[in-house]
Design a protein around this ligand. Structure first.
Ligand SMILES: Nc1ncnc2c1ncn2[C@@H]1O[C@H](COP(=O)(O)OP(=O)(O)OP(=O)(O)O)[C@@H](O)[C@H]1O
Length: 245
């Protein structure tokens, strides 16, 4: 029995298939992410990573099988699912002309969430957003800083489930390490994280489990040993072999 079976699964794909315009894009996916776990869906261009995320976000309907969040079918419990999840697209969709504080305050107000000035300070400190940037417009931020802002917002929304789309693409090595550290901390504090990526190294650095996706099929799964990391070499070899067919 894997570790995963003993814990509550918060994200589940059950024989999940998705068709777009008569083409089957996702084929019978089965995986689950337990509470507090980081699952990386790894695949090359066109493997179906974004389609999987979009299905869990409710933008695609399964043609068969199920996409389940916290025990509920996504397509029939959209409001519930949106309240439970935070989605970080490849580039955070925040307002460039507003400061980090103004962005966060605006989106929290939209969601009808009460907050104080101190709450926002605490969230920015938690994600290690540099203090001198808090009141500066986001257009002066690096991608890493914008991501930190988006994560601070998710923390304030108290969303327990995170979807991350290619979170480290375009980050420099220091920012990647910082980001991976932050993601690990989120999970240690109980967040459940599904990330999609083509970065083998990054996935092995943070994930408890990696699913290898190719042409819409899950062709391999790797699990970190207790207290350890998934072997990068093993996953890299499988990834490269799969990509070559
Ligand atoms: N709306 C759509 N209409 C037609 N085909 C689509 C649509 N969305 C996705 N696809 C196809 O589904 C397949 C998977 O696409 P998807 O964007 O999920 O891949 P991906 O793994 O995220 O790739 P990348 O790393 O390049 O972003 C691709 O062949 C793509 O062309």
């Amino acid at each position: 029995m894997s570790n995963n079976d003993s814990k509550q699964a918060l994200i589940e794909a059950k024989s999940l298939s998705v068709q777009i315009k008569n083409t089957t894009i996702l084929k019978q996916l089965n995986f689950s992410v337990a509470a507090g776990e980081i699952y990386a869906l790894l695949g090359g261009n066109g493997a179906g990573k974004s389609t999987t995320l979009k299905t869990f976000l409710g933008f695609n309907k399964p043609s068969s099988g199920n996409a389940i969040i916290d025990g509920r079918e996504v397509s029939t419990a959209l409001d519930y699912v949106r309240g439970k999840t935070a989605y970080l697209p490849e580039s955070a969709t925040l307002y460039p002309h507003l400061s980090a504080r103004e962005n966060v305050a605006y989106f929290l107000s939209l969601a009808d969430i009460k907050f104080t000035h101190d709450d926002i300070d605490q969230a920015f400190n938690k994600v290690a957003l540099q203090n001198d940037a808090w009141e500066r417009p986001l257009q002066t931020y690096s991608k890493g800083m914008r991501q930190k802002t988006a994560i601070a917002l998710a923390l304030l929304r108290e969303a327990p489930i995170f979807f991350l789309d290619e979170p480290t693409s375009g980050l420099d090595p220091v920012a990647i390490d910082e980001f991976n550290q932050l993601v690990s901390e989120l999970a240690s504090n109980g967040a459940t994280i599904l990330m999609v990526t083509h970065d083998v190294y990054g996935a092995c650095q943070v994930a408890n489990r990696i699913g290898l996706l190719r042409s819409g099929e899950l062709v391999g799964e790797y699990e970190a040993p207790a207290g350890g990391r998934i072997d990068t070499e093993q996953v890299h070899t499988a990834f490269a072999a799969r990509e070559m067919g």
